[in-house]
Design a protein around this ligand. Structure first.
Ligand code: HEM
Length: 452
C-alpha cells in the first residue's frame, strides 16, 4: 500500500506500525544494511512511503514522501529531535556544536552565530573564494592528471579557513584533514563502526581519537592566540566577541565545538559538491559547451564576482542539478520524541527517522528521467510545480543549513573561476559511492586538465 499524503490524527495508538523488510531475531536488518546500504534503500521503496526496519539495535523509519519530510523538518518540527545515534557517532569531534546541540543552548548558539552568515558577510568571503580557485587553476598544467577529490578538499578547506580564522592554515591542514577523514571512517554506514560507541577500542575508534586529540590542540592554540585581539571580520572573531542577551560570551569549550562543527560541515560538503559537478560536466559535453558559452559571454575573460552570479543562470542550474543527483548530505536524521502518526502509521517514540535526499531527489513521481543530468529542467515553471521538499539538499525548517548561502556562493564562484579556463576529462565514468558521514566517492577521482 502506498500512502502518499500525510494525514493527522490524535490517536496514533490505534494505527498499525509501518511495513518493512523481514527482520531477523537479534540482528534485525543489520546484515542486509551493512552488505550494501544502497541496495537496502532501493529495496525499501516497495513497502511504500513510510518504511520501518532495525539496524544495530536501533529502530529506524525511512520517509520517502516530500509531505512527510515537510512535517518532520518544518510544520511539526518540535515533535522530532536530533537522532541520538548520530549524536553519539559525532560526539567526540563536533561535541555540542550547532549541528548536534538541541533546545535552548542550540537556539542561543544559532542566534549568536547567524550574523556571520548574513548576505554582506558572504560577499566579503567571495574574494578569497575566487582568488584561491584562480590560484589552483594556475597551478595545474595542460595534460596533467590531478586527483580532483583531493584538490577540491584542499581548496575548500583553504577558503573555509580564511573565512573562519582569517588564516591560511595550510600548515595545520593535515591535523584538520586527518580529523575529518577519521570522522568519515567512523560514520561509514557500510561499516559496523558507525554504530559502536567511541570507547570501544576498534582500530577506527583509536584513529578517530588520535585525530580528534590532535585537532583539539590545533584549535585550542588558535583560540588562545585570538582571545583579547580587537574585533575582526572572520568567523572566529565574530564568535569571540559575540554576547547573548545577558552579556555572556561563548566559553572556550563552546567555541572549540563550533570550530570543529563548522570546519567539518563546511568544507567536506562543498568539496564533494564541486567534485560531482566536475564529474558530471566531463560526462556531459553538451552541458559543458552551454556552460562555456555562458561563462565566456558573461565574464568576458574576467574572474566572477557576487554580482555576476545573478547573470550566471545556467551555472546555477548546473549546480542545482548536481546537488540533486549527488547531495553530499544525503540523509537528514531525526528521532521521534513521542508516538507520531505518519502516512496512516504509528511511528513509536524513540524511532530514528531517515529522510533520504538521495532517494527523494531521484523519484520519478517528481522528476522526469530522474537519473539524467539535465540542468535545463530547472525552469521557473518546473520549480513552481515541484512539491516542497522534493528537493532539499540543505535540509529545511529551523535547523536548515546555516552555511547554505556560503556554500551556494562558493560552489558557483569556484566552478565559474576554474571552468572559464579549464575543462577536465574524467578517467572513469563510474562513480562508486559510499554512505559515509557524507556521500563520498569510494575511489580516487582522477581527471586530466585541458586548458581551454
Ligand atoms: C554543499 C554544501 C552543503 C550541504 C549539502 C549542506 C547540507 C546541510 C544539511 C542537509 C543540514 C541539515 C542537517 C539536519 O537538519 O540535520 C546542514 C546543517 C548545517 N550545516 Fe550545512 N551543508 C553544506 C555546507 C555548509 C557550510 C559551507 C557550512 C558552514 C560554513 C555548513 C554548516 C552547517 C551547520 C553548522 C549545520 C547545522 C545547523 C543547525 O542545526 O542549526 N554547511 N547542512
Amino acid at each position: 500500500m502506498i500512502v502518499s499524503e500525510a494525514t493527522a490524527t490524535d490517536r496514533p495508538d490505534d494505527l498499525p506500525l509501518p511495513p518493512g523488510p523481514k527482520s531477523y531475531p537479534v540482528v534485525g536488518n543489520t546484515l542486509g544494511f551493512l552488505r550494501d546500504p544502497f541496495e537496502f534503500y532501493d529495496g525499501l521503496g516497495k513497502y511504500g512511503d513510510v518504511v520501518s526496519y532495525s539496524v544495530a539495535g536501533e529502530e529506524f523509519c525511512t520517509l520517502f514522501h516530500p509531505a512527510h519530510v515537510e512535517r518532520v523538518l518544518v510544520t511539526e518540527e518540535s515533535r522530532f529531535g536530533k537522532s541520538e545515534f548520530v549524536q553519539v557517532a559525532g560526539e567526540k569531534f563536533v561535541g555540542n556544536g550547532l549541528f548536534a546541540s538541541e533546545g535552548e543552548f542550540w537556539r542561543r548558539q544559532r542566534t549568536l552565530i547567524q550574523p556571520a552568515f548574513y548576505r554582506e558577510r558572504i560577499a566579503a568571503y567571495a574574494e578569497p573564494m575566487v582568488d584561491f580557485a584562480a590560484g589552483a587553476a594556475k597551478s595545474w598544467n595542460d595534460g596533467e592528471t590531478i586527483r580532483m577529490d583531493e584538490a577540491m578538499k584542499r581548496l575548500t578547506l583553504r577558503i573555509l579557513s580564511k573565512a573562519l580564522f582569517d588564516l591560511d592554515i595550510r600548515n595545520q591542514q593535515s591535523a584538520i584533514r586527518d580529523a575529518v577523514q577519521a570522522i568519515n571512517d567512523k560514520g561509514d554506514a557500510g561499516s559496523v563502526d558507525a554504530f559502536l560507541p567511541d570507547w570501544i577500542p576498534t582500530a577506527t575508534n583509536r584513529r578517530f581519537r588520535r585525530a580528534t586529540d590532535h585537532f583539539d590542540d590545533v584549535i585550542g592554540t588558535l583560540i588562545d592566540e585570538r582571545r583579547g585581539e580587537p574585533p575582526d571580520d572572520d568567523f572566529l572573531s565574530i564568535l569571540l566577541h559575540a554576547t547573548d542577551e545577558n552579556g555572556e560570551e561563548m566559553s572556550d569549550e563552546a567555541l572549540r565545538d563550533e570550530m570543529a562543527t563548522f570546519l567539518f560541515a563546511g568544507h567536506e560538503t562543498t568539496s564533494l559538491a564541486l567534485t560531482y559537478c566536475w564529474h558530471l560536466l566531463s560526462e556531459n559535453p553538451d552541458v559543458r559547451r552551454r556552460l562555456n558559452d555562458e561563462l565566456d559571454s558573461v565574464l568576458d575573460g574576467d574572474t566572477p564576482t557576487m554580482t555576476d552570479l545573478r547573470e550566471l543562470e545556467y551555472t546555477d542550474k548546473v549546480v542545482r542539478e548536481s546537488l540533486r543527483l549527488y547531495p553530499p548530505a544525503y540523509v537528514v536524521f531525526r528521532q521521534t520524541k513521542e508516538d507520531v502518526e505518519i502516512g496512516g502509521y504509528r511511528v513509536p517514540a524513540g524511532t530514528s527517522l531517515t529522510l533520504p535526499q538521495f532517494v527523494i531527489h531521484t523519484d520519478d513521481r517528481w522528476y522526469d528521467d530522474p537519473k539524467a543530468f539535465r540542468p535545463e529542467r530547472w525552469t521557473p515553471e518546473f520549480e513552481e510545480s515541484l512539491p516542497d521538499y522534493a528537493y532539499f539538499p540543505f535540509g529545511g525548517g529551523p535547523r536548515h543549513c546555516i552555511g547554505m548561502r556560503f556554500a551556494n556562493a562558493e560552489i558557483r564562484l569556484v566552478l565559474a573561476t576554474i571552468a572559464r579556463e579549464i575543462e577536465f576529462d574524467c578517467h572513469s565514468s563510474d562513480l562508486d559511492l559510499r554512505m559515509g558521514t557524507t556521500l563520498e566517492p569510494t575511489n580516487p577521482i582522477e581527471m586530466t586538465v585541458r586548458k581551454r
